[in-house]
Design a protein around this ligand. Structure first.
Ligand code: SF4
Length: 55
């Protein structure tokens, strides 16, 4: 697991393998954000496509 915080990517999803566990940041250099909606209208319509569940 990479625990190095990337201060440019804030994240609270502690269940993700890429989450920096000590602070509310992602540890990746970049992420991909997408949507599962045809016409997204609110933040709940967007997803982090780089999410991988922590085993
Ligand atoms: S990959 Fe996405 S969900 Fe996972 S820690 Fe990074 S920003 Fe959060």
């Amino acid at each position: 697991m990479n625990n190095k915080a990337n201060p440019s990517i804030g994240c609270t999803v502690q269940q993700c393998v890429h989450h920096c566990q000590k602070e509310e940041y992602c540890s990746l250099d970049k992420i991909m954000v997408g949507t599962h909606e045809a016409n997204p209208t609110m933040d709940q319509c967007t997803d982090c496509m780089s999410f991988q569940v922590k085993q």
